[in-house]
Design a protein around this ligand. Structure first.
Ligand SMILES: [Zn+2]
Length: 142
């Protein structure tokens, strides 16, 4: 697409970035740290992923407070309610379960005798970039 001017080009780029789908990098039980905004350097457990908006929900992070009216018919108490808002994935990183640092995972081949996956004992393994320990991921894409 040939954009006419600078504004149109930047608008086009923003549209491309918005439409790009990032697959969820986290699995259940992951500890995720935040790198921007009011929750800078905060850590939370991975709750859910919004695949359309590429946003992550973390347990107890980005809390907003609102007030709910009591509902006596359904036996619900009113008052303060806290709910989580989402954070964009690019502003988060996985905390390694071994060294508890925010890291990226690298895919390396590891060798072990008697591995059932491969006769030669070779398998691909996700490892922490900092400490080199193996971090279990979804084995579907091996
Ligand atoms: Zn590590």
């Amino acid at each position: 697409m040939a954009a006419k001017n600078r504004a149109a080009r930047s608008r086009h780029k923003a549209e491309v970035m918005r439409s790009r789908r990032i697959p969820c990098p986290y699995i259940k039980g992951d500890i995720v740290s935040v790198h921007t905004g009011k929750e800078l350097k905060a850590v939370g457990e991975f709750l859910a992923y919004d695949a359309k908006k590429n946003r992550v929900f973390l347990l107890g992070r980005m809390l907003v407070k609102h007030f709910v009216k009591a509902d006596p018919n359904n036996n619900k108490a009113g008052g303060e309610v806290h709910t989580e808002l989402s954070i964009h994935v690019s502003n988060t990183a996985l905390n390694c379960p071994h060294c508890s640092k925010p890291t990226r995972l690298v895919r390396r081949e590891t060798w072990s005798a008697g591995d059932e996956r491969n006769a030669a004992g070779m398998r691909w393994d996700w490892q922490c970039r900092e400490c080199g320990e193996s971090v279990p991921r979804n084995p579907k894409k091996d």
